[in-house]
Write a protein that binds this ligand. Structure first.
Ligand SMILES: Cc1cc2nc3c(=O)[nH]c(=O)nc-3n(C[C@H](O)[C@H](O)[C@H](O)COP(=O)(O)OP(=O)(O)OC[C@H]3O[C@@H](n4cnc5c(N)ncnc54)[C@H](O)[C@@H]3O)c2cc1C
Length: 476
C-alpha cells in the first residue's frame, strides 16, 4: 500500500488531530512530516525561545507518534523543495494537512497543493485550527463580519464539532530525518531568560487541567488581574496546536452544564475569548491586506512619531509608568504578557507616544511565545483604533489601569525590582513620591527609576488632535 503524507505545521499533537485521524483511519502507512521551513524562519524576527518552545512541542509529538507505532520525520528547507523530495522518495498516494488561514501560509499551501496535484497525488485538507472556519461565519448576505458581537452571535448558532479523539495505530516507512532543531541549531540567540511556558501537548494538558480545576469558574473575575493566575495560558499551546480549540470548547461546555449561575457566566466569558481568536483569524483571512495596512484608511494619514527616545523607553520598559514597564519587562524576560497589560502597553505606545502600531506588533513578534499574526494584528489594530470593531478614542490611562487591575502593585513589583520598596500609595505613580520618601525607600525618580517619558494627559490630547485632523481630511 502506498503511504500517505501527513504534514504537521501549527498542530503539534496526535490527539484530536483532524488530518492524522482521517489518514490513520484508512489503514495506510503514514509519513508524518514536520518541515523547518527556512524561508519562513529567515523572515521571522523571533527570539530563539520560540524555537525552543517549538522544539519541546516537537519532541513531545515525536514520542506520541512513536506510541502510535509511527515515526515523525523532520526535514529542513523550503517547503516546496522538501515536498518535491518527499514525492520522489515515498511515492505517496495522498497528502493530508490541516488548513492554515494566514495570508502567507495560504500562498505556501496553494503552491504545495498544486505540486502534489501535478504529480497526480490526492490532497485533502481539514478544518482543525479553529472551531468554525472564516467562510462558515458570514452575514446573511454572505459577507464577513467586521464587528465582534454579531460575529460571535452567528458563531454561537453553529453546531460545534466534537473532538476526533486518538488516531488508529499506523506504521511509517523508513526515511531520513534531520531530527528536532531548536534555537541553537537554527542559529537564534535566546534572550528570554525564564520562558513562562514549556512546549508540548503534555504541558498543555497539565496547564489546562489546572486552569479548569482552579480558575475557569471564576474566569470573569480573575481574567483582568495580571498578578493572579486567572487566565488559562492556552494561547501558545493553541498557536502551536499542542491542544485543540475543539477540545477546550468541549471541556468548557461540559463544565457549563454542571456549573452554578456564576460559574456559567465565567465559562461563557471564556468561550467569548476563544471566539475573539477565531474572529481575528476570520478578519485576516477576508482582509489579508491588514497584515500591514490599517483597516480604517484615514489612519494612513496619521503623523506617527519617529522619536527614538520614546520608542527606546517603551521597548526597554523605562517609560516611568509602572504598569507599562512591568508589562514590557514581563514580555522580554518570560515571552508572555497578560492580556490586560498587552492592551495597556499597546494603547500607551500608539496613543500616548503616537508610534505606529506596526512597530509595536513587530516588537511583540520578536518576543511572544504565543505569537500569532491574526491575534497580534487584531490586538494591535484594536488598541490603535485603526482596525475593525471601532471605538476610535479608546485611550487607556496607564495609572488608573494599574490602580484598578493591580491594586496592591504585586505585578508591578514582580517585574520592576526598582519599585519593590515603594509604598502602596505611590506604587502606581511613583513620581508623586516626595523627595524624602524617595530617599527613605532608595528609589530616586529620574535616577533609580525614570520620570514619566510623557504626561499622559498631554499625550492623549496630542493624539485626539491628530485624530481630529485626519478625520477632517477624510470628511473633505
Ligand atoms: C496588542 C495585543 C497583541 C496580542 N497578540 C497576541 C498574539 O500574538 N497571540 C495570541 O494568541 N494572542 C494575542 N493577543 C490576545 C491575548 O492577549 C492573548 O491571547 C491572551 O493574553 C493569552 O493568554 P491566555 O491564554 O491566558 O488567555 P485566556 O484569557 O485564558 O483566553 C483563552 C484563549 O482565548 C484566546 N484569546 C483571549 N483573548 C484574546 C484576544 N483578545 N484576541 C484573540 N484571542 C484571544 C487565546 O487563544 C487564549 O489562549 C494580543 C492582544 C493584544 C491586546
Amino acid at each position: 500500500m502506498r503511504p500517505m503524507i501527513v504534514w504537521f505545521r501549527r498542530d503539534l499533537r496526535v490527539d484530536d488531530h483532524a488530518a492524522l485521524y482521517h489518514a490513520a483511519a484508512t489503514g495506510a502507512p503514514i509519513v508524518p512530516v514536520f518541515v523547518f521551513d527556512t524561508e519562513v524562519i529567515d523572515r521571522l524576527p523571533s527570539d530563539g525561545a520560540v524555537f525552543d518552545f517549538q522544539a519541546e512541542a516537537l519532541r513531545d509529538l515525536e514520542s506520541a507518534v512513536a506510541e502510535r507505532g509511527g515515526r515523525l520525520i523532520f526535514r529542513r528547507g523550503r517547503s516546496l523543495d522538501v515536498h518535491e523530495e518527499l514525492i520522489r522518495e515515498f511515492q505517496p498516494s495522498a497528502l493530508f494537512f490541516n488548513r492554515d488561514y494566514e495570508p502567507s501560509a495560504r500562498l505556501r499551501d496553494e503552491a504545495v497543493e498544486q505540486l502534489y496535484r501535478r504529480n497526480a497525488v490526492d490532497v485533502q485538507t481539514f478544518r482543525d485550527h479553529v472551531i468554525h472556519e472564516p467562510d462558515e461565519v458570514l452575514t446573511g448576505e454572505g459577507r464577513p463580519y467586521v464587528v465582534f458581537t454579531p460575529y460571535a452571535n452567528a458563531w454561537k448558532k453553529l453546531d460545534h464539532p466534537a473532538p476526533f479523539g486518538r488516531p488508529k495505530r499506523f506504521a511509517t516507512p523508513a526515511g531520513r530525518s534531520v531530527g528536532v532543531l531548536g534555537a541553537k541549531e537554527l542559529r537564534r540567540s535566546v534572550t528570554i531568560e525564564r520562558p513562562a511556558l514549556k512546549g508540548g501537548a503534555q504541558a498543555a494538558e497539565q496547564q489546562w487541567k489546572q486552569f479548569m480545576k482552579h480558575s475557569l469558574q471564576q474566569y470573569h473575575q480573575g481574567r483582568d488581574l495580571p498578578a493572579e493566575a486567572g487566565t488559562s495560558r492556552m494561547s501558545a499551546y493553541l498557536r502551536f496546536g499542542c491542544i485543540s480549540a475543539r477540545r477546550l470548547l468541549d471541556d468548557a461546555s461540559d463544565a457549563y452544564r454542571d456549573a452554578s449561575t456564576e460559574g456559567r457566566t465565567a465559562i461563557a466569558k471564556y468561550v467569548d475569548e476563544l471566539i475573539w481568536r477565531e474572529f481575528y483569524q476570520a478578519v485576516l483571512y477576508h482582509f489579508p491586506r491588514l497584515v500591514s495596512e490599517n483597516y480604517r484608511r484615514e489612519f494612513d494619514r496619521m503623523p506617527w512619531s519617529r522619536s527614538q527616545k520614546t520608542w527606546q523607553a517603551w521597548t526597554e520598559g523605562k517609560t516611568g509608568y509602572p504598569l507599562v514597564d512591568a508589562g514590557i519587562r514581563e514580555l522580554r524576560t518570560t515571552g508572555w504578557m497578560h492580556n490586560r497589560v498587552r492592551m495597556v502597553v499597546a494603547s500607551f505606545l500608539t496613543k500616548d507616544l503616537m508610534h505606529d502600531w506596526r512597530k509595536g506588533a513587530e516588537f511583540f513578534e520578536a518576543y511572544l511565545l504565543d505569537i500569532d499574526t491574526a491575534s497580534n494584528n487584531g490586538g494591535w489594530q484594536w488598541s490603535a483604533s485603526t482596525g475593525v470593531d471601532p471605538k476610535p478614542l479608546r485611550i487607556f490611562n496607564p495609572t488608573l489601569q494599574a490602580e484598578r487591575f493591580d491594586p496592591t502593585g504585586a505585578y508591578i513589583r514582580k517585574f520592576v525590582p526598582e519599585l519593590r520598596s515603594v509604598p502602596d500609595n505611590h506604587i502606581h505613580a511613583p513620581w508623586t513620591m516626595p523627595p524624602a520618601v524617595q530617599k527613605e525607600v532608595g528609589c530616586a525618580i529620574g535616577k533609580d527609576y525614570p520620570a514619566p517619558v510623557i504626561d499622559h494627559y498631554e499625550g492623549s490630547a496630542r493624539f485626539k488632535a491628530a485624530y481630529a485632523e485626519i478625520k477632517r481630511g477624510r470628511d473633505e
